[in-house]
Design a protein around this ligand. Structure first.
Ligand code: AHR
Length: 324
């Protein structure tokens, strides 16, 4: 059966189609009682990743999948090799959260060449090289630019000092959330002359690295009074570094971040953190639903967008029990 995937929004067009790209057919998926599904996780070093993997295992139960799940342990090369192995094992469909934008392109291309429909989940790949509707079916995930922008907007509205001296802890270099959360935040914060980003360095989305990087940056910038971390794990690491240095997060340093983990909500309740914009890891049910719709011939937009909430002192306690 021939199928065509439609990109319905301007944002999806911008994100998924490179210059001169045209929509083409993606591999079909037969309607079956059970599917062999590949989920190639990038790493398992934080609660977000563990929650995402669990969500796929739960979906396998409820959706009747035979799930082949792998863990690339933080290596893009291993993630590509894991996809190779899944192709050899005859998966019907692939769900791939690409660790970085460029190194995972070969995995997407190989799955397409093998006739396996691929859905990118949570992170995307370089849209100049691979496009939804042509090389993969669709991207299921959040608007990372908007997440960064919303953090900046909260800061602009809630920061009480005269001058905000910002340290930015970036996610994994070359990953779509690091690229987009940086541009969303930096562009919006540049519109308010009270703020200056004095340092921006990767903490690889990891708590321990966030702590170490914050320790180093504190030496160079002892006057920092705002930390923007691209995820909650690095924010918690930064809080540890600041407290060790005798600073008082929430009092003399405003901490802002993205994800919505349990530890971040607790830090908000404890008055140490100002805001975290949600980035949900619970992709299993969405993956099940989109895959079924694709198999039945329904048109799938190139970007199946996940809507995110925002957690502050006004609602953190209401949501901590559902956090991970
Ligand atoms: O791709 C989403 C990001 O990856 C999450 O914010 C982070 O915690 C995870 O490792």
């Amino acid at each position: 059966m021939k199928r065509r995937v439609l990109l319905t929004t301007a944002a999806a067009m911008a994100m998924c189609l490179g210059a001169g790209a045209t929509l083409a057919d993606t591999p079909p998926l037969a309607v079956k009682d059970s599917y062999r599904v590949g989920f190639a996780q990038m790493e398992s070093n934080n609660p977000w990743r563990i929650a995402e993997t669990k969500s796929f295992h739960d979906a396998a139960e409820s959706c009747g999948w035979e799930l082949i799940a792998t863990d690339a342990a933080g290596s893009a090369a291993k993630q590509v090799a894991d996809v190779d192995s899944m192709i050899a094992q005859g998966i019907d469909v692939l769900f791939l959260p690409p660790r970085e934008e460029k190194p995972l392109i070969p995995a997407v291309m190989k799955a397409k060449a093998a006739g396996i429909p691929t859905f990118l989940v949570d992170r995307s790949v370089d849209s100049n090289v691979a496009q939804a509707g042509e090389h993969y079916v669709a991207f299921l995930g959040s608007d990372f630019v908007d997440q960064g922008r919303r953090v900046a907007e909260w800061l602009i509205e809630n920061f009480e000092g005269d001058k905000g001296i910002i340290v930015e802890l970036e996610g994994t270099t070359g990953s779509s959330p690091a690229n987009d959360r940086r541009s969303g935040f930096d562009d919006r914060i540049a519109e308010d002359s009270r703020f200056e980003i004095v340092a921006s360095q990767t903490g690889d989305f990891a708590r321990d690295m966030g702590r170490q990087v914050m320790e180093t940056l504190l030496q160079a910038h002892p006057d920092v009074n705002v930390v923007y971390a691209h995820n909650d794990e690095m924010a918690i690491g930064a809080i540890q570094a600041l407290e060790l240095a005798g600073r008082k997060p929430g009092e003399d340093v405003t901490i802002v971040s993205i994800d919505g983990t349990r530890d971040a909500l607790q830090a908000i309740i404890d008055g140490k953190m100002g805001v975290t914009v949600e980035s949900s890891p619970f992709f299993g049910p969405l993956a099940c639903d989109v895959m079924k719709r694709y198999a039945s011939g329904e048109e799938i937009p190139g970007w199946v967008k996940v809507e995110d909430r925002i957690f502050t002192i006004d609602n953190a306690a209401d949501h901590i029990d559902e956090a991970y």
